[in-house]
Design a protein around this ligand. Structure first.
Ligand code: KG4
Ligand code: ZN
Length: 335
C-alpha cells in the first residue's frame, strides 16, 4: 500500500483525507465547514477563514488518525492544494503539508484545486479520456477539455460571476442566508419556471456570463414584489441550467467528445443533475461526483495527488502557495 495524507484549505472548508494511493481507495476524509462563521457576512471573509483553518487543522488531523488504524509513520507522501484559492487560507495547508513531509522525510505533492474537483468523479468511477469537464463552483465556472491526466485545455469560462455566486446572490435577494444555492434548489422544486429571463450574449464560443441574469432577477423582483418566490427560484435555476447545457453541448458536439464530467459545489443542484442526465440518455456519457464530493474536500485532492505521485511530480520544500495559477498551465512539467 502507498498511503497519502491530503490537505485542502483553499477556501472555507478545512479538509483532510487518508487515501490508499496504490489501490485508489479512500480510507477516510473529514471536512470542517466554516459556513456558519461566514454566513452573517454574506460571503467568505478571507482573514477569518485563515484563522479558522489554523485553529481546526490540527484537531482534524488528530481525529483522522484516531479514527483509522494508521499513524504518521505509515504515510508515504503528502498531497495538498497549492492553488488557486484565498492566499491566507492556502498558506495554512501548504505550511502544514511541508512540515509533515519534511519531518517524515516523504515527498510533497502539489495539486491544483480544480484538478481535484475534476478527479472527484474518479473517487466513485473511472472515466476514459478524452472528456470535457464543466466546473461549477462558488469560485469558478469553467469548461475544460481533459486530454489525459495533466493535460487540460481551457475551452471557456465565465467573464464575470461564477454560477455559485449567481445562486448565492439571487438567494440573498430572496432572503436566504449564505451560501444560498441549496435554498434555491429546494424552493425551486415547489415552483414553476414561469418567467423567461434573457440569455446573455457573450464573446467567445464557450464563455459564460451570469451577472446580467442576476440583475434581471433583481429588476423582476423590484417590479413584481408579490410574485411567488418559488417561481422566481425555478425560473432562475432553469435559465442557469439552459445556459450551462447550451454551451457544454456545443463544446461536446464541436469537439466530438462523448464524455462529460460535471463537478464543483453547484454540481449538487438537482435541476442541473436532472437536465444533464437527460442529455446522457442520448449519445453522451455523463459523470457526476457523489454528492459528498461536490463541495470542497481532501479526498479529491488525494486522488489527483496519487496520479501526480505516480508520475514523480514532487515539489521542493520551498514551494509557496499561489493564489491564482491557471489549470491549463498546471501540466506535469509546470514548475
Ligand atoms: O465547490 P464549492 O463548495 O466551493 C468552491 O470551491 O467555490 O462551491 C460552493 C458553491 C456555493 O456558491 C453554493 O451556493 C453552491 O456551491 N451550491 C449549490 C448547491 N449546493 C451548493 N448551488 C446550487 N444548488 C445546490 N444544491
Ligand atoms: Zn472548490
Amino acid at each position: 500500500m502507498s498511503l497519502t495524507l491530503a490537505i485542502e484549505t483553499s477556501c472555507d472548508e478545512t479538509a483532510v483525507a487518508l487515501f490508499d494511493a496504490k489501490n485508489k481507495k479512500l480510507i477516510k476524509h473529514l471536512v470542517s465547514s466554516q459556513v456558519n462563521l461566514h454566513s452573517p457576512f454574506g460571503g467568505v471573509v478571507p482573514e477569518l477563514s485563515a484563522r479558522e483553518h489554523t485553529k481546526n487543522i490540527t484537531p482534524l488531523l488528530e481525529a483522522l488518525f484516531r479514527e483509522t488504524p494508521y499513524s504518521w509513520k505509515d504515510l508515504n507522501f503528502v498531497s495538498f492544494t497549492l492553488t488557486p484559492g484565498l492566499i491566507l487560507s492556502l498558506v495554512v495547508g501548504v505550511g502544514v503539508a511541508k512540515i509533515v513531509a519534511h519531518s517524515l522525510g516523504i515527498p510533497l505533492v502539489p495539486v491544483h484545486h480544480l484538478e481535484g474537483h475534476i478527479y472527484s468523479v474518479f473517487l466513485s468511477q473511472r472515466v476514459e479520456y478524452p472528456f470535457i469537464a464543466l466546473i461549477v463552483s462558488g469560485g469558478h465556472t469553467e469548461l475544460y477539455l481533459v486530454k489525459e491526466f495533466g493535460r487540460y485545455q481551457l475551452l471557456g469560462k465565465t467573464l464575470d460571476d461564477s454560477v455559485g455566486e449567481a445562486f448565492d446572490k439571487v438567494a440573498r435577494l430572496l432572503g436566504f442566508p449564505y451560501p444560498g444555492g441549496p435554498y434555491i434548489d429546494k424552493l425551486a422544486q415547489l415552483g414553476k419556471p414561469s418567467i423567461k429571463f434573457p440569455h446573455p450574449k457573450v464573446s467567445g464560443k464557450y464563455n459564460f456570463s451570469f451577472s446580467g441574469l442576476k440583475t434581471a432577477v433583481l429588476n423582476f423582483i423590484k417590479r413584481n414584489p408579490n410574485y411567488p418566490k418559488e417561481d422566481i427560484a425555478a425560473s432562475f435555476q432553469k435559465t442557469v441550467a439552459d445556459i450551462l447545457l447550451d454551451k457544454t453541448l456545443k463544446a461536446l458536439r464541436n469537439l466530438r467528445i462523448r464524455r462529460l464530467v460535471v463537478v464543483g459545489g453547484v454540481a449538487a443542484n438537482s435541476e442541473l443533475r436532472k437536465r444533464f442526465k437527460e442529455l446522457g440518455e442520448k449519445d453522451i456519457e455523463i459523470f457526476f461526483p457523489k454528492m459528498e464530493f461536490t463541495s470542497d474536500n481532501a479526498a479529491m485532492i488525494a486522488y489527483a495527488g496519487s496520479l501526480r505521485f505516480e508520475r514523480g511530480r514532487y515539489a521542493p520544500l520551498d514551494i509557496n502557495a499561489l493564489p491564482n495559477y491557471p489549470l491549463e498551465k498546471f501540466g506535469l512539467d509546470w514548475t
